[in-house]
Design a protein around this ligand. Structure first.
Ligand SMILES: Cc1cc2nc3c(=O)[nH]c(=O)nc-3n(C[C@H](O)[C@H](O)[C@H](O)COP(=O)(O)OP(=O)(O)OC[C@H]3O[C@@H](n4cnc5c(N)ncnc54)[C@H](O)[C@@H]3O)c2cc1C
Length: 403
């Protein structure tokens, strides 16, 4: 692996840094500074800027609209996005279903779905989990039966419930795992369907999280008619697409560059004089926690660089993505814990949208403290989604240690 930064890489870093500084939407920056919840248009405004530039899908092959960057350039890009505190591009279209479509889709499916996924005209959500199928995903029950439509075309009639569906309230399309053969071995009776969220029979119900946010949903499907041509890959072979997608999902979850930025933030918070007149970083227990975090993050960074180098040599993400997922999410959670610790009593939960009785409902203390508790609560999800960390440990035990 060669990941030294060459003069060309340094020039590339300069170019992307300038581009982000000149083009990151000012309206978005304002909302982030105020800690406001982002609307669909906010997410899309940055997506569209990058799509126009041809930089929205760094890992896609050039023939489908990727920029043709090396693994080092992709790494620099993610570092610069984190450095600028730019919002991440949502993964559902770009990191998840896009690669499934260009790997397993027909030419017609690629032509129909890839360009609007890149441009942001299709907002995707992920319909994998069900109330009885999370870690044990293959036991999913949402049923898809073949029927003949009045128009003579073949359809699937889909019935079931998906849950924890992130940002489904904004989605134009959902990619779903459905059961097309109830009698086969469970992994062999699943298909991968693309479903228009405007189809009659789809209901989205919000789930409000501990952090007080509307981020996840239940999605109910009642007699939803889906054209057979919306199935990716062969009928009953959807598990192959599902596994491929999960490996891509996990490697994106490591978030090394953002965690680096998070540690920098902790350091700057901890060097400010606290109430007892002593900067927190002078507390040896706190300083040790920060140092341990940094060491773990550096080790993770080199693992991620190795995985990127192997991907650029043509090998897809394997069980290493489980390793990246576990360590990456543990570090992200430790960062939110340290920010909350630094906030001390100012970090007592304050939620946007709380009814006020005229007093005592406005946040007090330093700015960073206002979002400390909601961010801490929100961060608990990272060791659960994308396949829980316990399940990733099982994968490593089997695939790496051969147990
Ligand atoms: C914020 C958030 C967003 C999400 N977004 C989406 C989304 O957009 N789309 C989607 O499809 N899903 C989404 N998910 C769902 C997520 O993928 C599941 O929550 C996850 O796979 C775990 O499944 P579960 O919640 O059913 O827990 P369960 O599978 O019931 O697990 C409960 C606990 O038991 C442990 N456990 C289970 N089996 C084993 C085992 N064999 N060995 C050891 N331990 C085990 C788990 O680690 C966990 O701690 C999201 C989840 C969250 C929290």
């Amino acid at each position: 692996m060669n990941l030294d930064f060459s003069p060309e890489d340094a020039a590339f870093r300069e170019e992307v840094r300038r581009f982000i500084a000149d083009n990151y939407p000012a309206s978005l920056r304002g909302k982030q500074d105020e800690g406001e919840e982002l609307a669909k248009e906010d997410y899309l405004s940055w997506h569209r800027v990058l799509a126009k530039k041809g930089w929205v899908a760094p890992a896609w092959p050039t023939e489908y609209g990727g920029p043709g960057w090396t693994s080092t350039q992709r790494y620099i890009w993610s570092e610069e996005l984190a450095r600028a505190d730019a919002i991440p591009i949502l993964p559902f279209g770009i990191n998840m279903v896009g690669p499934v479509i260009y790997t397993f889709g027909t030419p017609e499916q690629k032509q129909r779905f890839l360009p609007p996924t890149l441009s942001g005209d299709i907002w995707w959500c992920q319909g994998y989990s069900e109330p009885g199928a999370g870690s044990d995903l293959a036991s999913l029950k949402t049923k898809a039966e073949r029927i003949q439509g009045d128009d003579g075309k073949e359809y699937y009639l889909v019935n079931g419930q998906k849950t924890w569906t992130t940002l489904a309230q904004h989605a134009d399309w959902i990619f779903c795992l459905v059961r097309t053969n109830p009698t086969a071995k469970i992994q062999e009776g699943i298909s991968f369907l693309l479903i228009d969220m405007k189809s009659p029979g789809i209901t989205v119900r919000p789930i409000i999280t501990l952090g007080g946010e509307h981020e996840v949903n239940e999605v109910w499907l009642e007699n939803v008619k889906v054209p057979v041509e919306n199935r990716i890959f062969e009928e009953n072979k959807g598990w192959t697409c599902a596994k491929f997608l999960l490996a891509h999902e996990r490697s994106g979850i490591a978030g090394v560059a953002r965690s680096k930025r998070g540690i920098e933030r902790i350091k700057s918070i901890a060097t400010v004089e606290s109430e007892d007149g002593r900067p927190l970083i002078q507390d040896p227990f706190f300083a040790r926690k920060v140092a341990e975090l940094e060491i773990d993050l550096t080790a993770l960074e080199f693992t991620e660089l190795r995985v990127l180098a192997s991907e650029s040599a043509g090998r897809g993400p394997g069980p290493e993505s489980s390793l990246l997922k576990i360590k990456g999410t543990e570090i992200q959670q430790r960062i939110t814990e340290l920010v909350l610790e630094a906030a001390g009593h100012y970090g007592a939960p304050y939620f946007r949208g709380f009814p006020t009785d005229g007093h005592n409902m406005f946040p007090i203390g330093p700015d960073y403290a206002h979002r400390a508790a909601p961010t801490y609560f929100n961060g608990r999800k990272t060791s659960i989604y994308g396949g829980s960390n316990e399940i990733q440990r099982n994968i490593i035990a089997k695939m790496v240690l051969g147990l």
